[in-house]
Design a protein around this ligand. Structure first.
Ligand SMILES: O=P(O)(O)OC[C@H]1O[C@H](OP(=O)(O)OP(=O)(O)O)[C@H](O)[C@@H]1O
Ligand SMILES: O=c1[nH]c(=O)c2nc[nH]c2[nH]1
Ligand SMILES: [Mg+2]
Length: 168
């Protein structure tokens, strides 16, 4: 567990932004699957962060079969050993062929490494990517620097902010 955070910067994402970026991901993946007409057989969301983008992509691409793989890789901002807490249906996913695995972001790539080892023929897509994790992801939308922590809307709440010239 690291005591000093490797994240100097913050990138705050609104619901609207994550919706737009997830739709952009869907457009990029449309007709790119290995099935007839470029169809995908199913979506597998890496929970929990992948659930929101997976729902948006599945809606855009009219994919009705959705499963989850639960991987925990962080305790707040501290990276821990990646643990698979729940696996998807093995008869559905098989070796991953035709499966679209979706996560919110790739950071060090450790989470995708663990999932790729299980489903080597799946297609791996994230909305956001950091440089270290890029080689592990097949399709993504926006890259941020490695020292940036991405703040998602489901982890945030609106709060009072002091005016530039201080409170009066
Ligand atoms: O590329 P990596 O360095 O492995 O980091 C990326 C992973 O970390 C976060 O998940 P987390 O384990 O925090 O769980 P959560 O999705 O439930 O928030 C994020 O949602 C990715 O799944
Ligand atoms: O909310 C998150 N933002 C991040 O930048 C990140 N990196 C790993 N895990 C993360 N979770
Ligand atoms: Mg996650």
């Amino acid at each position: 567990m690291s005591q000093t955070s490797p994240y100097d910067k913050g990138f705050h994402i609104s619901w609207d932004q994550v919706h737009r970026d997830s739709k952009a991901l869907a457009w990029r993946l449309d007709h790119q699957g290995p099935g007839a007409g470029g169809e995908w057989r199913a979506v597998v969301a890496i929970t929990r962060g992948g659930l929101v983008p997976a729902a948006i992509v599945a809606r855009e691409l009219n994919i009705r079969v959705i499963d989850t793989i639960s991987v925990k890789s962080y305790d707040h901002k501290n990276q821990i050993e990646a643990q698979v807490l729940k696996a998807p249906d093995a008869t559905l996913v098989r070796d991953g062929d035709g499966i679209l695995v979706i996560d919110d972001l790739v950071d060090t790539g450790r989470t995708l490494e663990v999932v790729r080892a299980r489903y080597p023929r799946a297609h791996f897509a994230t909305v956001y990517a950091k440089p270290k994790g890029r080689p592990l992801v097949d399709t993504f939308i926006t890259e941020v620097s490695q020292d940036t922590w991405i703040y998602f809307p489901w982890d945030m709440a609106m709060q009072y902010v002091e005016p530039l010239r201080g409170a009066s």
